[in-house]
Design a protein around this ligand. Structure first.
Ligand code: FE
Length: 132
C-alpha cells in the first residue's frame, strides 16, 4: 500500500484540531488518562481520525491500565504500518495509518493472547463509529 502523503501540511492543519495535528502529524503523545477512548467500551470500529481508514475493532480492545486505548490487533494486516522509532532515547515500534501515514502510537510485545501485542494508541488519532 502506498504511504505517500495524501495531503499537504496546510490541509492537515486546517482539518485537524490542534491536539490531533500534534499527535497525528507531529508524532506527539497525549497525556495518559486524558483521551476520550482509554475507558471507552462500546461496540464498534475505531477509524483513523485523519483519513477515516478502519484501524481497530472494539472486539480487540482491552484494558491495559496505561491510560491509552489499547488493542491486541489491527482490523487487518494492512491497516497499520509499523516502523522503528529511536526517538526519546528508546527503541520502540511506531504504529502509523497505512493509508495516510499519520502517527497512531506504538506497538509493544507485552499484550494479551492471542497475539501478545499491545497497540498503544492515542485517542486523538482515532474516531469511533458504533456498530448497530
Ligand atoms: Fe489515516
Amino acid at each position: 500500500m502506498s504511504t505517500d502523503e495524501p495531503k499537504t501540511d496546510a490541509q492537515w492543519r486546517a482539518e485537524l484540531s490542534p491536539e490531533q495535528y500534534r499527535v497525528l502529524r507531529e508524532h506527539g503523545t497525549e497525556r495518559a488518562f486524558t483521551g476520550k477512548y482509554w475507558d471507552h467500551h462500546a461496540n464498534g470500529e475505531y477509524r483513523c481520525a485523519a483519513c477515516g481508514a478502519p484501524l481497530f475493532s472494539s472486539s480487540a480492545k482491552f484494558d491495559s491500565g496505561t491510560g491509552w486505548p489499547s488493542f491486541y490487533e489491527a482490523v487487518d494486516a494492512q491497516a497499520v504500518r509499523e516502523r522503528t522509532d529511536n526517538s526519546h532515547g528508546m527503541l520502540r515500534t511506531e504504529a502509523l495509518c497505512s493509508r495516510c501515514n499519520s502517527h497512531l502510537g506504538h506497538v509493544f510485545p507485552d499484550g494479551p493472547p492471542p497475539t501478545g501485542l499491545r497497540y498503544c494508541i492515542n485517542s486523538a488519532s482515532l474516531s469511533f463509529h458504533p456498530r448497530d
